[in-house]
Design a protein around this ligand. Structure first.
Ligand code: URA
Length: 213
C-alpha cells in the first residue's frame, strides 16, 4: 500500500481555507472541488494508457489514450459526492458507482446502506472518493467490496488522513495482493480524537458540504 501526501503550495493554501471554521458552505464546496482536481492529477499518475497515432495539421505524431475498460469512480455517500465533479473533470470517460456507509457515532463502526457497483470490475482501476480517512473502517469495507469484484487497483482520494486510518489500510492491504492500494491525500493530520474526528481536521465533511443532519 502506498501513501502520497500532495506536496504543493496550492493544495496547502486551499486546504488551510477549507479547515477554517469560518469558511461557509458555498466556499467550502468550491474549495473541496478545486482541491480534488489537484489531487486527481496525482491520483491518476499510474492510470493505464495505450499508444495511438494522431495526425496533426503538420505530420503524424505518436501519443497515448486511456486504456479500456474505463476507470470507475466511487464516491462514498454522503460526503464523497462533494468530490465527484472535481474528479470526473479530469476523467470524463470514467463510469461512476456509489457506495453508502454510515458510521455509528458510538461504536464508530460503518454499516453499508447503499451499493451500486458493477458486479465485475476485472481489469478496472477504481478511484474511491472519501474526504476523511479517519479510522479507516469505511475505506477498508469499500476496498474489500471492490476487491471481491476483481478490481485491478484502488486509489483512494482523501482530503485529509489520520495516521490511524493509514495504518489500518496498510495492515489489511500491505502489498499488491489481492490488489494494489494507494491513498492520495492533501495532508496527514496528527491523530483521531475520542469521537473519531481527525485532529486538527476540518470537522464533519458531510455537514460542511451539505448541512447538518
Ligand atoms: N469524518 C468526518 O467528516 N470528519 C472527521 O474528522 C472524521 C470522520
Amino acid at each position: 500500500m502506498q501513501t502520497l501526501v500532495a506536496d504543493h503550495p496550492l493544495v496547502a493554501h486551499k486546504l488551510t481555507a477549507l479547515r477554517d471554521v469560518n469558511t461557509e458552505t458555498p466556499t467550502f464546496r468550491r474549495l473541496a472541488d478545486e482541491l480534488v482536481t489537484l489531487l486527481a492529477y496525482e491520483a491518476t499518475r499510474y492510470i493505464k494508457v495505450e499508444p495511438v497515432s494522431v495526425t496533426t495539421p503538420v505530420a503524424e505524431a505518436t501519443g497515448v489514450r486511456l486504456s479500456r475498460p474505463a476507470p470507475l469512480v466511487v464516491p462514498v455517500l454522503r460526503a464523497g459526492i462533494g468530490m465527484l465533479d472535481g474528479m470526473i473533470r479530469l476523467l470524463p470517460t470514467a463510469d461512476v458507482g456509489f457506495v453508502g456507509l454510515a458510521r455509528d457515532e458510538e461504536s464508530l463502526v460503518a454499516a453499508t446502506y447503499a451499493n451500486r457497483l458493477p458486479a465485475n470490475l476485472a481489469g478496472r482501476d477504481v478511484f474511491v472518493l472519501d474526504p476523511m480517512l479517519a479510522t479507516g473502517g469505511t475505506l477498508e469495507t469499500v476496498i474489500t467490496m471492490l476487491s471481491q469484484r476483481d478490481a485491478a487497483s484502488v486509489t483512494a482520494v482523501c482530503l485529509l488522513a489520520a495516521p490511524e486510518g493509514i495504518d489500518r489500510i496498510k495492515a489489511t492491504f500491505p502489498g499488491d495482493e489481492p490488489l494494489p492500494v494507494r491513498v492520495v491525500t492533501a495532508a496527514m493530520d496528527e491523530r483521531l480524537n475520542e469521537r473519531g474526528y481527525i485532529v486538527p481536521g476540518l470537522g464533519d465533511a458531510g455537514d460542511r458540504l451539505f448541512g447538518e443532519i
